[in-house]
Design a protein around this ligand. Structure first.
Ligand code: NDP
Ligand code: MG
Length: 381
């Protein structure tokens, strides 16, 4: 039996994890967490009967404890609650599917507690990769990528030596505004930006995909996961999202991982690795798939890509600034407080005014995050 804790069980990745678990008899969920969605959490608790559940929001936790059988499931709240879910002694693996850098402390504590991590929460690795990667080695746990591109690269690297890698080819769908001009981006609404052509995801990552901030975060995520230089990561636009990413080797061979756009493949693979199991997903049909199309990203219309590379190369606290500014700006955009094009402008402004802290500690990362958020709120609310 594999015992699983899920951070962010009510989200897009969280719900798909619950679906995968419910179809595998040898998997059992022992802990769940979310922020405030008590209705869905009550249903998940009813279905999975975990030992512990955490609602980060205290009022939501109170509400949940009146809706479920608390003699079966303990209800916790706040950061301590999230850490309890991440470190529960009966769990073998933690699915990190919470959105944003709120995941840093729970993930760090889970690693210290010896848990393997099925990792979707890219914001945590982008901001604290220099702390997390050495810990993964020190505590001898597995960090199994769930982000589809990184799962693809991980699968392409199965059985390969790191020294054989020439470069990582990170694919991108290009998002809903792939063919837009800078001028056209100015009139994008929240509703337009929430329509992703291929993937059905949480709101924050859907906006990030449309600005290509998501691909920028993924470049930094790939750097940490696969220990490659920024100059050896190339973004390739593949609009149908059929190729989930590729690796080019020194002998010129290119390995690619293909499949339908279904996150459950990456989630299940992380939970069953190194085993492959049946999945009730749509199979690629090569009698209907007539062409696979490639483009280069338009870096002028989508400057977030180069800003991410610059943040990553600068290192230290700069990736935290890139990420925190984006988290705050996306939240303001979703609440219709700023324009779409302001998102990238805000990130740029925050990066330009930041004095880098080299090798920041967890506390310093969280302090930079809070300073950046405060600065943006001061200017825009
Ligand atoms: P969602 O917005 O759909 O879900 C986020 C989850 O995190 C929810 O369960 C939410 O709870 C919980 N959450 C939010 N804030 C807090 C908080 N302060 N404390 C505790 N829990 C909180 O996001 P996604 O599932 O789309 O994305 C999750 C992560 O996975 C992100 O890092 C994203 O980049 C990554 N990812 C997602 C992909 C996808 O297909 N969705 C693909 C690749 C990566 P509540 O419902 O109560 O708000
Ligand atoms: Mg991805």
């Amino acid at each position: 039996m594999k015992y699983i804790s899920i951070l962010g069980s009510t989200g897009s990745i969280g719900k798909q994890t619950v679906d995968v678990v419910s179809k595998n008899d040898d998997m059992k969920v022992v802990a769940l967490s979310a922020n405030s969605n008590v209705e869905l959490m009550a249903k998940q608790v009813e279905l999975l009967k975990p030992e512990v559940v955490c609602m980060y929001d205290k009022e939501a936790a109170l509400k949940l404890s009146k809706m479920i059988d608390t003699s079966v499931t303990d209800v916790l709240s706040g950061m301590d609650g999230l850490i309890s879910v991440a470190t529960l002694s009966s769990a073998d693996i933690v699915v990190a599917a919470v959105v944003g850098m709120i995941g840093i402390r729970p993930v760090v504590e889970a690693i210290k507690a010896g848990k393997d991590i099925a990792f979707a929460n890219k914001e945590t690795l982008v901001t604290a990769g220099h702390i997390i990667m050495p810990m993964i080695r020190r505590y001898r746990v597995l960090l199994l990528p769930v982000d589809s591109e990184h799962s693809a690269i991980f699968q392409c690297l199965n059985g390969e030596n790191h020294s054989g890698i020439d470069k990582i080819l990170l694919t991108a769908s290009g998002g809903p505004f792939r063919n837009y001009t800078k001028e056209q981006l100015k009139s994008v609404t929240v509703e337009d930006a929430l329509k992703h052509p291929n993937w059905n995801m949480g709101h924050k990552i859907t906006i990030d995909s449309s600005t290509m901030v998501n691909k920028g975060l993924e470049i930094m995520e790939a750097k940490w996961l696969f220990d490659v230089d920024y100059d050896d990561i190339q973004v390739v636009v593949q609009p149908q999202s059929v190729i989930h990413s590729m690796v080019q080797f020194k002998d010129t061979c290119v390995m690619a991982q293909l499949g339908s756009p279904d996150m459950r493949l990456a989630i299940q693979y992380a939970l069953t690795y190194p085993e492959r199991r049946t999945l009730d997903s749509e199979k690629l049909d090569f009698s209907r798939l007539t062409d696979i199309h490639f483009e280069l990203p338009n870096r002028e219309v989508f400057p977030a890509l180069d800003m991410a590379v610059s943040a990553g190369k600068s290192g230290g606290s700069m990736p935290t600034v890139f990420n925190a500014a984006n988290e705050e700006a996306v939240s303001l955009f979703l609440n219709k407080k700023i324009e779409y094009v302001d998102i990238v402008k805000i990130i740029d402004k925050c990066m330009k005014s930041h004095i880098i802290i080299e090798n920041p500690s967890l506390d310093e990362i969280l302090e930079v995050e809070s300073d950046v958020r405060e600065m943006i709120r001061r200017d825009y609310i």
